[in-house]
Ligand binder design. Sequence first.
Ligand SMILES: [Zn+2]
Length: 118
Amino acid sequence: MKEGFWSSTNKPIPNGIRIDQDIIELLTKLCKLESIASKRRFKGSSKCRVCGQRNGSVEFTYKGWTWPSGFKHYIEDHWVRPSKDFISLVLSMPDFDSTDDIVYKLSEEFTRRRRDGR
Ligand SMILES: [Zn+2]
């Protein structure tokens, strides 16, 4: 199964998700998932199809799923909603300890963005 690979017929749809507790959980668990997934590095990075920024050159594989490192950017910055099955995979990761750095950083970031109305 592939997730987050875009084509002319499968484009990212921004603003599919709200920034709330659920998305913080999703993103923190995606970080965890990416830390344990197999990684393949490609030459040259892909470009974000929404804002055009360089968007990573790593592909992750875990339990039959493959997704690009840039997928997180679509979720985080353009609020693209992953498929239900991919969300299930991500949420199957065990919880972080609440004192874990990465959770803290992401929560801070989202609190700031929500305050700034982004
Ligand atoms: Zn972008």
